[in-house]
Structure formats: C-alpha cells, structure tokens
Ligand binder design. Sequence first.
Ligand SMILES: NC(=O)c1ccc[n+]([C@@H]2O[C@H](COP(=O)([O-])OP(=O)(O)OC[C@H]3O[C@@H](n4cnc5c(N)ncnc54)[C@H](OP(=O)(O)O)[C@@H]3O)[C@@H](O)[C@H]2O)c1
Length: 168
Amino acid sequence: MTDENRVIGNNGKLPWRLPSDLARFKENTQQTGVMIMGHNTYASILERNNKPLQGRKHIVLTRNKFLSSQYASVTFARSVEKALMEVTLSGGRAFVIGGGEIYRIFLQLPEVKRLYITTVYAPELSGDAYFPDIDMRYWKLIFGSTICQWDTKDEYETSHEMYLHLAQ
Ligand SMILES: NC(=O)c1ccc[n+]([C@@H]2O[C@H](COP(=O)([O-])OP(=O)(O)OC[C@H]3O[C@@H](n4cnc5c(N)ncnc54)[C@H](OP(=O)(O)O)[C@@H]3O)[C@@H](O)[C@H]2O)c1
C-alpha cells in the first residue's frame, strides 16, 4: 500500500484506515502462507494485534542476535540469504510485506517476480517510511483496477495493480 508520493508508514503505523485492503492483504498472504518482513513491520503487527497474524509464517529480518520468538509461527532471520533459505524450507513462495527497508532490498532480487500494489489516493500525508522508487520499465502491468472506495469504512479511494517482472 502506498500513496501517490510513495508514503507507506508513519511512526511505525499505517497512515490510513483501509479495511478493504487489509482484507485483500489477508486473502493474498493466507494463500501463500509465508511472509517476509522487517523487524519494524513485525513490531507494528504485534502492537496492532498483540500477536502474530493467524495462519501465516512470519520470517522477520533483524540483525539482533539476541531475539528469540515465543511464537511457533515466527522465525527471525539475520540476513536476506537466511530469510530466502527459510522460504525454500517453507515451500518456496512468500509475500514480502514490507516495510520500506525490506522493500528496498527485496525489489532488487531476481527471486521477486510479482508486485501487488495498492495506490492510496490520499491528500498529502506525513510519512517516515517509503516504498522505493523502482524502474517500472522492467515490470509489466497484468491487472489494474478502477479507483474506488472499496469499503464504506475505507478512509480513501484506492486502486490495485499487479505487475510481473519482465525477466521472468
Ligand atoms: N503501507 C504498507 O504496505 C506497509 C507495509 C509494511 C510496513 N509498513 C509501515 O512501514 C513502516 C516500517 O518500515 P521500516 O522501513 O521502518 O522498517 P522495516 O523494513 O519493517 O524493518 C527494518 C528493520 O529490518 C531489519 N533489517 C533490515 N535490513 C536487514 C538485513 N539486511 N538483515 C537483517 N535485518 C535487516 C532491521 O531490524 P533490527 O533493527 O532489529 O536489526 C531494520 O531496523 C511502519 O510504519 C509500517 O507500518 C507499511
């Protein structure tokens, strides 16, 4: 989820309330069952839900060697290579769910083949986490929705796009 200025987060939280997109996120990630995320994003999930997201494995990147998880569904990976190894051990497919630092790293890897983007049409929002500025010439648009308020409780209109990497 990103706004038109690539803002994705502020103060460790999402800067909008979009139930329709959270439902879409849940459906997509439950299908794959495995998610890669940065430590800050994991912290924001715990803050919001008090526990990890149900039914999905969380591979959390951190350089902190002293962390250990109290949850069977959460594995800490100390490097990108170890995170990718965990994905292989977990069936070979995963969603990279952010945040900014993690998107920046993973969007440069050949393993990343699809992009699911929600664009949020919000007036200028303050943010401290951003989606990277990627070269869209290497991505082919496969699906693009209309711009719409998909749920009456959504704070803003959104559109959804799916891209495939052209090298795949
Ligand atoms: N709009 C969206 O779709 C979306 C999605 C996800 C998150 N968000 C938002 O984005 C913000 C969080 O993003 P962020 O950029 O601050 O943090 P982040 O990407 O979630 O996590 C960064 C952390 O990951 C670890 N890390 C990074 N590179 C690593 C590497 N190469 N090896 C091992 N560990 C590594 C480090 O953890 P340690 O410091 O523990 O070493 C680093 O501090 C929040 O506001 C969140 O709500 C938005």
